[in-house]
Ligand binder design. Structure first.
Ligand SMILES: N[C@@H](CCC(=O)N[C@@H](CS)C(=O)NCC(=O)O)C(=O)O
Length: 232
């Protein structure tokens, strides 16, 4: 059994998308980040960065005691190695999968996260910050669009790189992007959206929460964190 510490956000969806593709048993442990549950001591023991998703694998392949994993990229890699799927065994393809997984973790996710912040949530509309992140989002979309030229999925076959990127592209309208400017990306997006496992993953999310995670109350938990948040 895998315990999945989860809230339906792009980083959370990555893991339900993976798990729904497999026959692994899992149970969702909701972490309502809009109500501060990411700061509970028991959660911080497995996720010291006070961010979900995180997992606890009660039956690691190596045997022995449970293994916990935080950071969605590390979780995807851990699970792919556990089931030996969604990461190619061919060395060259495997390296490409890691490149695009890390590209998502270090670039696409953080930059689009800043886009969401300055476009939708910041208390002031700051034109410089908005255009910086909207432009960077467009640049990253173009990089992905180019990679998808002549390929069905990011490295050819469906992999954890696709699972990491897709949930962030779902919010393209909010990010002020037009998928018609990125035809390869658009085809890839629809191809993934139609997968049964992806449909089920988003249904699981809706069963947990359908209200906006960012509301007036959640702002005090989500915004304005600093060193004191961690040190107490
Ligand atoms: N790099 C982390 C980022 C995770 C992340 O930012 N999670 C957000 C929701 S998408 C969160 O838990 N936020 C809680 C907070 O900001 O306190 C990962 O990919 O797992």
């Amino acid at each position: 059994m895998i315990d999945l510490y989860y809230w339906p956000t792009p980083n959370g969806h990555k893991i339900t998308i993976f798990l729904e593709e497999t026959s692994l048993d899992y149970q969702i442990k909701p972490v309502n980040i809009g109500r501060g549950e990411q700061f509970e001591e028991s959660f911080l023991k497995i996720a010291p960065n006070n961010r979900m998703p995180a997992i606890v694998d009660q039956n690691p392949s190596s045997g022995g005691s449970a293994i916990s994993v935080f950071e969605s990229g590390a979780i995807l890699l851990y699970l792919a190695e556990k089931v030996q799927s969604f990461i190619p065994s061919d060395l060259r393809k495997r390296v490409q999968t890691l490149e695009w997984l890390f590209w998502q973790m270090g670039g696409l996710g953080p930059m689009l996260g800043q886009n969401h912040h300055f476009v939708s949530y910041a208390p002031e509309k700051l034109p410089y910050a908005i255009s910086r992140y909207v432009n960077e989002t467009a640049r990253l979309y173009a990089v992905l669009d180019k990679q998808l030229q002549g390929r069905e999925f990011i490295v050819g076959e469906y992999s954890i790189a696709d699972m990491a990127c897709y949930p962030w592209i779902v919010l393209y309208e909010r990010q002020q992007q037009d998928l018609n400017n990125f035809p390869n990306l658009k085809r890839w997006f629809h191809r993934i959206r139609e997968r049964d496992a992806v449909v089920r993953a988003y249904e699981k999310g809706k069963a947990i929460n359908t209200k906006p995670t960012v509301d007036e109350e959640s702002k005090k938990f989500l915004f304005g964190q600093d060193a004191k948040t961690v040190k107490g």
